[in-house]
Write a protein that binds this ligand. Structure first.
Ligand code: BES
Ligand code: MN
Ligand code: MN
Length: 465
């Protein structure tokens, strides 16, 4: 198979414009999974992908779930391990839409100030561009040689961004069909625009939405102010107490199961030469927040945190209204590492809030997410081959990194299917995922497609099972 690789890579280069056009078609579909109004678009994205896989020789279909559908495709290949590839076709909401310099679902190729070519649009980096790198690599193998180097199953999800709970049950119900030797997840980043990476650590996440109710209706703040409880004050007091002044989370039991990083990983991360000032500077900051005595990279990859993601209540419209609201709300999330137990932390949070509540107030909770931190093996034969293939493509040694974000499925592959996952992606820190003007560098897209072409070839050589 490796003797065909040069032809496959040449085909990828020659076909790049069409690969970009295909990505544009997918990005145009407004598959926002958190908003029920876009359920039709989610289905449309799933159908588009099933058709795309079908067109390159996969046996593919859209599979209903109680939520947004899955896409599953299978293609035979040469001797070698059978891999299960995962990506997600759903995207984040686009608001605030007026901060986009072009419409989020009208993708376009632009040349940035630094000279790099970038594909701009919602989902270009998270995760449509990324999942398309793999599909386009398969397309090229198929076009040049008529088949794939190794057997492949593709699993594409539509609820990653909305913390959907349908994936693990779907895996459970379709164990036979999803059986493989290991899984690839393409939803992470490179070290920088020139240095490829595999990610072996991810943080988990627990989300909680809370509503505190005090009086039975909104009140005049002159008539009642001083006598009636203000739920916004109760809420901010609750939220403020979640962390001490050093950024440590105060919930009882929160640090149960959090270990110190092994020295070897610490040393390897130090050798990466992370530029803290540049990382913060790129988003207009200069002073690291959070736990004292830890490096920025340790904070984002290996330490748990608590963040308030949203807070509302009372009057925030134009002008002024003297009101004591009946209700106050917040969305809070915790990033988890190591052995922290998501459900124990959820319970600890709820108990803490209830204990702080005055007797004449009530609280309601809505739980979101709930995935543990993930640590993957970093020395399997498949990983070594993958790293070598990435090094060959990018001309710089592939590094092993962590990521602060969460990909709930990473833990499920092991738990439900018994598969180790390998996380390989081509995103960059400045891709603005989840933000206005999300982009994916053309070098990520092109290099990503070429990388997968090489990885598939490398895995077909020798044994990695
Ligand atoms: N692709 C991201 C996670 C990610 C971001 C990994 C950056 C590596 C680097 C994923 O789509 C995501 O946004 N996950 C959510 C999960 C949540 C909604 C359950 C997250 O991390 O907030
Ligand atoms: Mn993602
Ligand atoms: Mn995301």
């Amino acid at each position: 198979m490796t003797d065909c690789l040069d032809d496959v890579l040449a085909h990828i280069d020659a076909d790049l414009d069409k690969s970009i056009e295909r990505l544009f078609r997918l990005v145009e579909i407004e598959s926002i999974s958190t908003d029920p109004d876009y359920a039709g678009a989610c289905l449309q994205a799933a159908e588009w992908l099933a058709d795309a896989l079908d067109a390159i020789g996969f046996e593919a279909g859209v599979r209903r779930t109680p939520g947004h559908p899955m896409v599953v495709g299978r293609a035979p290949g040469g001797a070698g391990p059978h891999v299960l590839f995962y990506g997600h076709y759903d995207v984040q909401p686009v608001d605030p839409v007026d901060l986009w310099s072009s419409p989020p679902f009208q993708p376009k190729l632009v040349t940035a100030a630094d000279g790099s070519k970038q594909i701009v649009g919602r989902g270009t980096a998270d995760d449509k561009g990324q999942l398309m790198t793999f599909i386009e690599a398969c397309r090229a193998w198929k076009a040049v040689t008529g088949s794939l180097p190794i057997p492949v199953t593709v699993l594409l999800e539509g609820e990653e961004e909305s913390g959907g709970h349908n994936l693990a049950p779907f895996m459970e119900a379709n164990k036979q069909e999803l059986a493989a030797d290991f899984a690839f997840i393409c939803d992470t980043g490179m070290w920088d625009a020139k240095t490829p990476a595999v990610t072996t650590m991810l943080r988990g996440m627990v989300g909680e939405e809370i509503t505190i109710t005090a009086a039975s209706r909104d009140l005049h703040s002159g008539m009642y102010g001083g006598a009636a409880r203000n739920p916004i004050h109760v809420l901010v007091n609750v939220l403020d107490g979640l962390r001490d002044e050093t950024g440590r989370v105060t919930l009882p039991g929160f640090y149960d199961g959090v270990g110190e990083l092994p020295e070897a990983i610490k040393a390897q991360w130090e050798s990466l030469g992370f530029d803290e000032a540049a990382f913060l500077g790129e988003v207009g900051l200069s002073i690291p927040a959070g736990e004292a005595g830890r490096s920025v990279i340790e904070k984002i990859w290996a330490r748990p945190t608590c963040e308030v993601n949203g807070i509302w209540g009372g009057y925030s419209g134009k002008g002024f209204k003297t009101v004591i609201p009946s209700k106050a709300n917040a969305k809070v999330s915790f990033r988890l590492v190591d052995q922290q137990d998501p459900e124990a932390i959820r319970e600890s949070f709820r108990a803490y809030v209830r204990a702080k509540l005055p007797a004449d107030c009530t609280v309601e909770f809505i739980g979101h997410g709930g995935s543990p931190g993930v640590r993957l093996p970093s020395d399997s034969p498949a990983l070594v081959k993958t790293r070598d293939a990435l090094t060959a493509e990018w001309g710089k040694p592939c590094v092993t990194i962590g990521a602060g974000g969460s990909i709930p499925v990473a833990g499920d592959f092991k738990k439900v299917l018994g598969l180790d996952a390998l996380m390989v992606g081509f995103g960059l820190d400045d891709d603005r995922i989840h933000s206005p003007n999300e982009k994916y560098n053309l070098s990520s897209y092109h290099g990503g497609i070429r990388s997968w072409a090489r990885i598939l070839a490398a895995l077909s050589e020798g044994s990695v099972k």
